[in-house]
Design a protein around this ligand. Structure first.
Ligand SMILES: [Fe+2]
Length: 270
């Protein structure tokens, strides 16, 4: 794929690329948008260094790719409800994303992508791992693909947020999605169940569902499908939430790790 404005350096053959030659705080012209979109479709998660995003430019970057989605459980910033603060320090009792997941897969229309901008990082640790759900699907045997293809599964966040926010009386999203979804742009198939959110395969007995999900959750963790990103202050990661999962490693307590995320709305999986 040829790029004129940006330089794209793949980090693995299957997932992840570093992108150079672009200032994300400036409005994207048609060419820059088109090249970034092509790179995202090919590499699934893009990494950028030394960016300076204000809340406004962060939101504008997200809006170049679609409407911004609101988080169903976590309140945004008071003046910027579309921006969620991602923060951990010595008082934290949990951090967001400490298990394999795709963001808000419990929503009826899960987001197409997330753009995370980190401004404060620990001296060591705090990496994020990303796993390609194309690679995870491609690695399955033809018989397993055929078995999984017609199945659907329930994604639920109630067990997570009720434990985190016991004082909040609220019912969180719970929705059914295909176990194998088709990416709406690339038309490639990818695995769409996650350890954090998927609670049940509808067409199987509870015992069967538990066994198959246990296998799939384990499969997602295969390092052959992954890239691991080492953050620096002012790094940005932009991932396609439809074909990736990620895991935020909390190995830096009690240090501070802090940044902001915007989420770009998506479509109902098919
Ligand atoms: Fe996440």
């Amino acid at each position: 794929m040829g790029y004129e404005l940006i330089q794209v350096r793949p980090m693995t053959k299957r997932i992840g690329a570093e992108v150079f030659g672009i200032d994300l705080s400036q409005p994207l012209g048609n060419q820059a948008f088109s090249e970034l979109h092509d790179a995202l479709m090919q590499h699934q998660v893009l990494f950028f260094r030394d960016q300076q995003l204000t809340h406004e430019s962060h939101k504008a970057l997200g809006r170049s790719f679609g409407e911004l989605a609101m988080h169903s459980a976590v309140a945004g910033l008071p003046d910027h409800p579309e921006i969620v603060a991602i923060h951990a320090d010595e008082k934290s009792t949990y951090v967001a994303g400490e298990d394999w997941h795709s963001d808000l897969s419990e929503d009826p229309e899960p987001p197409m992508g997330s753009i995370l901008y980190m401004h404060t990082l620990p001296d060591a640790g705090g990496d994020t791992l990303f796993s390609s759900m194309y690679a995870a699907y491609d690695a399955l045997s033809p018989a397993m693909k055929a078995f999984l293809d017609p199945l659907t599964a329930v994604h639920d966040s109630n067990h997570i947020y009720r434990e985190l926010f016991p004082d909040v009386q609220k019912t969180y999203p719970r929705n059914t999605h295909p176990v194998i979804r088709t990416h709406p742009v690339t038309k490639r198939k990818c695995l769409f169940v996650s350890q954090s959110k998927t609670v049940r395969i509808n067409e199987l007995s509870k015992k069967e569902s538990d066994a198959v999900l246990r296998f799939l959750f384990d499969h997602v963790k295969d390092p052959n499908f992954q890239v691991r990103f080492r953050w620096q202050p002012n790094s940005v990661a932009f991932w396609d939430n439809r074909c990736t999962q990620h895991f935020a490693v909390w190995d830096y307590f009690p240090d501070v790790r802090s940044g902001f995320r915007v989420t770009v709305a998506g479509d109902r999986p098919f």
